[in-house]
Design a protein. Structure first.
Length: 376
């Protein structure tokens, strides 16, 4: 069985598997092919891959000879007919964005595993790419805010007087939000956290944050730990409370998202215009519309002397560690689908495989993804 590691295109700096994980793949009786310069932007050279017993080979040959292809992002620049029927692709899949390409590879007879669909259950924690990348996003978002904020994060006492600590408001207490909280507290800021899920209250407190709670939130134990859409009455209460705390803050870190839906707008244009001059908003929900009404995905803008950063590429900016974490998650999944003899075993009765798989043997396996693709 042969696995091929593709080089990413465009501005993506990560690589799916680093040389350190190649040794694990070899122990799984896999032949490992790597596209030339695949790891360059993640600070891993071709020589390191070769030292780990991987073969460096051109992209065309790699695709032709591999049974499994792994990449961070879907290789949509390739025409589906370059792939072999029965080939397995493992990557992140931008939901509903590449529906035509996915339909083409389905008709080609490929199997596609979407790493961002790994269910958030205890048994799949070692495979949870989204949580790993969210950890990096939360960390880097706070450092970005500290860099852009024209004042200190911690309290300072000096001969010139006392400088009060910065006030940080974090919207969303998922993995990214909690990492942002931990990082902001380490930098000395006073941190408040808003989330519709009351279950995260104790986690927020344990990390030194103050939980901002709106009474009457709706929760769903079947949502896999994600937030769910709320009632109109709740949203009105939420809007007023968030505006109140936003105006008092120096930094807002936006992380709130709902899978498969547009990110909830929590910071309105009126709120932005009421914030203190020099304040910073980092919106890592920008790719799904953003939690701030004025966010522009991929851009840094200034409105009424408030800086708004719409970034979702923080993991790519921290390519060495994000590639290591991504590779660890990916190899965890590969261990589940490859037996001791190095043969591919796709057990659709396994929840992890079934929920992660989009298409297989010319058919849609993940019905939720099929509905989502067809709805766009």
């Amino acid at each position: 069985m042969t696995i091929g590691i593709l080089r990413e295109t465009g501005s993506e700096n990560r690589v799916a598997i680093l040389p350190g994980e190649v040794a694990l793949l070899k122990k799984m009786n896999l032949r490992v092919l790597v596209e030339p310069h695949a790891g360059d932007k993640a600070y891993a050279s071709d020589a390191e891959y070769e030292k780990a017993a991987a073969e460096i080979t051109a992209r065309q040959r790699l695709i032709k000879e591999s049974d499994i292809l792994v990449s961070v992002n879907l290789p949509i620049q390739e025409q589906p007919d370059v792939f072999k029927p029965g080939q397995l692709l493992c990557s992140l899949v931008s939901q509903a964005e590449h529906n035509l390409w996915i339909e083409d590879v389905r008709e080609r007879g490929l199997t596609l595993l979407a790493l961002n669909l790994v269910p958030r259950i205890t048994r799949a924690q070692t495979m949870d790419v989204l949580s790993s990348m969210a950890t990096i996003s939360g960390y880097k978002a706070v450092l970005d805010a500290a860099f852009l904020l024209p004042r200190f994060f911690p309290m300072f006492m000096s001969a010139s007087g006392t400088t009060k600590p910065a006030k940080v408001l974090i919207l969303g207490a998922g993995v990214a939000g909690l990492q942002a909280l931990a990082t902001a507290r380490k930098l000395g800021a006073v941190v408040e956290v808003f989330d519709v899920r009351s279950a995260v209250k104790e986690e927020v407190k344990s990390l030194g944050g103050r939980f901002v709670e709106v009474e009457g939130s709706k929760e769903d134990i079947l949502a896999g730990g994600y937030a769910v859409e709320q009632t109109e009455e709740f949203r009105e209460k939420q809007k007023k409370l968030i505006q109140q705390h936003s105006i008092a803050s120096n930094v807002i870190i936006c992380t709130a998202q709902i899978p498969g839906k547009k990110a909830p707008v929590l910071v309105t244009s009126d709120t932005v215009r009421s914030m203190k001059p020099g304040s910073v908003i980092i919106d890592i929900a920008a790719s799904t519309g953003g939690n701030c009404e004025l966010t522009v995905n991929g851009e840094i803008i200034s409105i009424n002397m408030v800086t708004i950063v719409g970034r979702t590429d923080y993991p790519s900016l921290m390519s060495a560690d994000s590639s290591r974490m991504f590779g660890n998650n990916l190899t965890g999944l590969l261990k589940l689908i490859i037996d001791k003899e190095g043969q591919l075993i796709l057990n659709l009765n396994d929840e992890i495989i079934r929920e992660t798989m989009i298409v297989h043997n010319y058919e849609y396996v993940n019905k939720n993804m099929k509905q989502l693709l067809n709805s766009k």
